[in-house]
Design a protein around this ligand. Sequence first.
Ligand code: SAH
Length: 218
Amino acid sequence: MRKYEDSYQHKGLRNKLMDQLRDKGISDENVLRAMNNIPRHYFLDSAFDKIAYEDRAFPISEGQTISQPYTVAYQTQLLQVKPNDKILEIGTGSIYQATVLAEMGAKVFTIERQKKLFELTKQFIFKSQYPNIKFFYGDGYEGLPTFAPFDKVIITAAAPFIPPKLIAQLKPGGKMVIPVDEDHHQRMLRLTKNEDGTYSEEAFQNFSFVPMLSGKNG
Ligand code: SAH
């Protein structure tokens, strides 16, 4: 049985990580507060317990990764999360990013295409603490038409193009944060949907993500 303990040592390392993120340019204190409240080591295999607060990505199961803390902070900051925002996340993975959004008071709808990772969400350790996260097994390219429209959409895998159905499921004035393929890296984009259904685009720095694949994998 995995032992869950958030010790003073973990808390201290977490505080230090928040300082590193500030040094790297993360300035939204709401994002940093949320991340400081969440024991990241609970989302990793216990073998990574000691290094969970290094600013790096780690493997989870099915060849997938938990994003680097800097990447999570960066995408969350770009998303300009407000309490009660209805947010669609593509790529549940370890549930860490979804938990950060939930901790900020958002209503989170998260989709995972890998059956095994989706099954693991049933044992999510913070299930009762975050009833504002809803888990779905499916293909993120399809979004969740039944629950649309969303205030925000966040994609946590590298998209080869901007998925049109996800634009359609965004509210006018809503924002999407998405890393889009460009040669050997991904460019972080923030799209804002206009009243007429078109969108405007802002481009930020490059990142590296696992690919956004189509179809379910069960
Ligand atoms: N947000 C995650 C990051 C996980 S990595 C976290 O905080 O840990 C990206 C995840 O996206 C992987 O789990 C991968 O299986 C999933 N993914 C890739 N393409 C997808 C798609 N089309 N629909 C849903 N999930 C997808």
